[in-house]
Structures are given as C-alpha cells and as structure tokens.
Write a protein that binds this ligand. Sequence first.
Ligand code: NAD
Length: 284
Amino acid sequence: MQAKIIDGKALAAAVKQEAAAQVEALKAQGVTPCLAVVLVGEDPASQVYVRGKINDCAQCGIESRSIRLPETTTQEELLAHVKALAEDSAVHGILVQLPLPAQINEKAVIDAIPPEKDVDGFSPVNVGRMQIGEPCYLPCTPAGCIRMIESTGTDISGKQAVVIGRSNIVGKPAALLLLAKNATVTICHSKTKNLQEICASADILVAAVGREGFVTGDMVKPGAVVIDVGINRGADGKLHGDVDFAAASEKAAWITPVPGGVGPMTRAMLMLNTVEAARRASGN
Ligand code: NAD
C-alpha cells in the first residue's frame, strides 16, 4: 500500500478561507479581529514563525500587532507589555512566542494572558476547560491534527489512537482531543516499554517526539493514519519529521508530510481562534 498524503498546505488554505469569511462578517458588524504577537529576542526560528503568523493575519483580514523586545527584556518588562495588551479592548488575541530567554519564567507569562485572549490555548483555564469539554480555545497544533485526521474521512470514534509524546503543548492535548472524539487512546513517552508493539497497534498514530526518523516502518500498522508533528533540522539542513516518511508511506493509508503538514495547519488554527476571540468579545 502506498499512503495518500494529507496536504497540510491545502487544508490550511481552506481553514484560512473559513477564517477570512468570518472576519468579513465581523467587520460588517464593526469588529476587526486583532492578534498581538510578542517576540522576545532574536531566535531565528521564532522570527520565521512570527513572520508567518503576521502574514496569515494579513491574508485573513485580521489586524496584527507585532511587539518585538530585546533578548535582555526582564520578566517585569514583558509582563507589563502583556498587561497592557490584556487591558486593550481592541486586541482580541495575545500570543507570546515561545521559547523565552532564560531570565523569564514562561509560566508567569502564560498565566498573565487572560483566558479569553489566550488564543494559543496554553493557559491553565483553557487547558482545564478542554479537559472537561467546555468551550475553550483549543491548542492550535493538536486541533490541527484532529482536522487533518478528519479530512481523510476517518471516523475517529472507536479507533485505537497512539500519541508519542506527552508535552503540555502537543502530546497531552492531542491525546485529550482524540479521547473527546471517542478514540481509545494510549500515550507513549520516554519511559514507555514495548513502544514498537504499541505503535504498531494504532489505527491513528500521532508522533510528537522531536527526533528525526524516530517512527520506523515496523511501528506503523497497515492502513493507519499517521500524523507527524515533529520538526527537526536534519544534517542536510532541511526540515524532517519524526516519522521515516518513505518506510511509513508503504504501510499507512494516510500520512502527513514534513514540511507542508502539521506546521501550516497549526498556523491556520490560530487564525480561527483569533476570530473566535473577537466574536466572543463582541458578544456575538
Ligand atoms: P517536547 O520535547 O516537549 O516533548 C517530546 C516528548 O517526546 C516528551 O513527552 C517525551 O516523553 C517524548 N519522548 C522523548 N523521547 C522518547 C522516546 N525515546 N520514546 C518515546 N517518547 C519519547 O516536544 P514538543 O514541544 O511536544 O514537540 C515535539 C515535536 O513537535 C518537536 O519536533 C517540535 O518541534 C514539534 N512541534 C511542531 C509543531 C508544529 O506546528 N508542527 C508545534 C509544536 C511542536
């Protein structure tokens, strides 16, 4: 079997069109959605991500504010910026690009973003609401993964889903969202035994490890849907996922490429969250 590709770029374009249509409707009611993106320091990858998010906003008709602070910014200074954005009623979403320089406590910054403007879905309130199935902002990467799985026509309900990775931003929420769709979910991590066996039982396999080629062909069940969240800079200077794409493609029914898979979808889902934040703020 040769897997079909889940085209993240095409899906992301469709999601952004969906966001743009909602922006139009909000603008007709006098509301212009606005996302503030805060970048501290000069990390090259973060600069690329932030540029991408600002471009996405422009494509969707969302206003954006880019706040760039020096590497030496103190926690108090950053918190003061976040507080000002939190109090600014024209700003609907606040995103502080991670990672932050060592002198800043990430948790303190995330906690300072009001839940209603936390379009990354990282604040404890949104995480808690997701856990109990209340309306919230879903974290963009896992929410994008679910859209990608559903785009294949796969009914997640009743499927064996395996997530490799248990980070707060990808692995854990991906597992929770799959559970909310009635999958039977196993979370694997660095201490998991029998990893190959567990993965090979997965109808849906989500890899979020951060190690190039970690998922080998023998870890993929024939006919599985494989979602590769990993972004790893290879020795060849190119981006690679966590999955051995060539080997997994021979077994899976569907697979996401890297690049052009989960990455673009993550950014597109951020646009939907921002529009939703504006809609809620406007009382619609
Ligand atoms: P992380 O380092 O926080 O978590 C990695 C997880 O992998 C950990 O939970 C760990 O337990 C697990 N792990 C490590 N070694 C393992 C092993 N030998 N066996 C089983 N599990 C093991 O990383 P993260 O933030 O969750 O990101 C994971 C990957 O996804 C990275 O490559 C990151 O760049 C990428 N990522 C991509 C997007 C996107 O939009 N595409 C978004 C976020 C993260």
